[in-house]
Write a protein of this length. Structure first.
Length: 327
């Protein structure tokens, strides 16, 4: 089937595009090589300082080359106001489609309503948006299930109950909200002998995971938890550092993470973390781009895709998508 190309831009639209490109030059990451007449896709990531999105971007760049689309990637820097501005720039540029991993599930709704109003196809990836004027297709892991699986592992491995520290994600993030729901629902079902003795955000960051865990361990006054459950791997890796610096490595505190990053997989392999959760970021972003391009070229309906997470322990490390990166 012949490829359908977007209509030529008017002189005014070209002028707006040029102005917006200059305004956004300091915001955008390196784009794919120029491909004349090919579809322009903007990908707006939550925060490129996080290894999860660095890896997702690598996968996206590869898929964009395969599909022969022109790709512009923008770092949202964990800021909803910046992402809102980035969406406006993308609209002004006249992109043919938009992929976004929104920082906040609700704060980005007005900006994406503009995208919908301009009839620009949009897909959210990893994180959803709530309350848009029409449903926005989403590609991502079932984070409620992922959080539930983590808590159920604790219940299975601590049949007599456990004291738990819970490091939560950035407030407002749909992935953080959903993982917390899965965790809380599972522990509520298991009963009061599973007690969350401290719960605090470390904003997805390793350094904050370290300092928050250090402060919590100090506040527990010599009664360390049996489990530290973290909503992502970076915070879990910070917790591992905190345990070691506090001289509690022999306490065998079980640290659970989420993302199946190579650093976390190494800790699982070496016994310093109990598990991590694979949520297939490469599959998420490749699927999102494939769906978007199929819609632009062939008017194929974009349908949401849910990806079942996998609990990764030492016994099934090979099931992690990035297990080949272990050294």
């Amino acid at each position: 089937m012949a490829q359908a190309h977007p209509a030529p831009r008017t002189p005014l639209r070209k002028a707006l595009f040029a102005a917006a490109t200059l305004a956004a030059a300091s915001l955008a990451l390196p784009s794919s090589p120029a491909l004349a007449d090919n579809e322009r896709i903007a990908a707006l990531f939550h925060n490129m300082a996080e290894p999860f999105f660095v890896f997702m971007n690598r996968e996206l760049q590869d898929e964009a080359k395969k599909l022969k689309v022109k790709l512009s990637v923008v770092d949202g820097q964990a800021s909803s106001p910046k992402q809102t501005s980035d969406v406006s720039v993308a609209i002004t540029q006249g992109v043919d489609g938009l992929i976004i991993a929104p920082t906040d599930a609700k704060a980005m709704t007005p900006a994406l309503n503009e995208v919908l109003g301009d009839k620009i196809p949009v897909v959210t990836v990893d994180r959803r948006v709530d309350g848009a004027k029409s449903p926005i297709p989403h590609v991502g892991a079932d984070n409620v299930a992922g959080g539930r699986m983590m808590a159920e592992w604790v219940v299975k491995n601590f049949p007599d109950g456990a004291s738990i520290v819970f490091l939560t994600g950035q407030p407002g993030s749909s992935s953080g909200i959903d993982r917390a729901k899965g965790v809380h629902d599972a522990f509520a079902k298991a009963g009061p002998k599973y007690k969350i003795v401290a719960e605090q955000t470390a904003n997805w960051a390793r350094d904050q995971g370290l300092t928050v865990t250090q402060n919590i361990l100090t506040s527990l006054a010599g009664k360390p938890p049996q489990v530290i459950l973290s909503a992502n791997d970076d915070m879990a890796l910070g917790a591992v550092e905190a345990i070691q610096s506090a001289g509690l490595a022999r306490q065998r505190i079980k640290v659970l993470g989420y993302d199946a990053s190579p650093d976390a997989l190494k800790k699982v392999r070496d016994g310093e973390m109990a598990l991590t959760v694979e949520q297939s970021p490469g599959r998420q972003i490749r699927t999102a781009l494939q769906l978007l391009v199929a819609n632009i070229r062939n008017k194929t309906e974009i349908k949401s895709v849910g990806i079942e997470p996998i609990l990764i322990t030492k016994s099934n490390l090979s099931e992690a998508a990035r297990s080949g990166e272990l050294k």
